[in-house]
Design a binder for this molecule. Sequence first.
Ligand SMILES: C[S@@+](CC[C@H](N)C(=O)[O-])C[C@H]1O[C@@H](n2cnc3c(N)ncnc32)[C@H](O)[C@@H]1O
Length: 212
Amino acid sequence: MKTSQHNKFLSKIKENENFNQYWYSENTINILMKEIHHQFYSNVTETEAETESFRIAFLSTPSVYSSCTDVKILRQSCLFDIDSSLALSNNTIKLTSEDICGYVSFDFNKIDLIDKRYYNKFDMFVIDPPFVTIDAWKKYAEAVKIIVSNLCENGQLLQELFGKEMKPLKFLPCIPTLVYQYCFFANFDCMFLDSFKNEEVLSSIDEMVMKH
Ligand SMILES: C[S@@+](CC[C@H](N)C(=O)[O-])C[C@H]1O[C@@H](n2cnc3c(N)ncnc32)[C@H](O)[C@@H]1O
């Protein structure tokens, strides 16, 4: 399958296998960004968007965070990831040490090290752990509980961890270098991610069928 060179993050940042990094395709990132944009602006008014009204935490989803160019969203969003080389992956805005936005060093095995200033701060989470084991998901769920402001390949597990409203979405992510097919889940109504299928994934499934 072709990978795109239009997205700056995808063309510059190579996947590091030591961190189990697998980037979404450009198309998948674009649809995720559309959904995030929609959720952000339907939860805040234009005026509120200037204030700290709707914060987004990108947990181990650097390609999505780093592809965001909306300054209002970026001012209220953080990328939590173990790979500190990603700290400068989105330089759309200049950050000060006072801001609760930008890169945050995060190891899901050491959630007690999350700085208290991130506690009870976030309203929305975009998560893609390096491992889809029960143990890893439980730790991500604990991290979410710490930093959530309103609590709101394992559908049942995700429902147990995040609530019954968690449901799989129609649009499947495309991760060109990964052989497994994953699903997106959300516990809110999605405008884009649940309205159509990802043709990129359908065509790659067709390609695989043709090859065998
Ligand atoms: C499967 S990739 C998900 C990337 C996502 N698909 C994207 O395109 O942005 C796993 C992510 O988890 C991060 N990661 C690996 N080990 C971690 C750890 N112990 N704690 C937190 N994040 C970790 C990696 O750096 C990588 O960004």
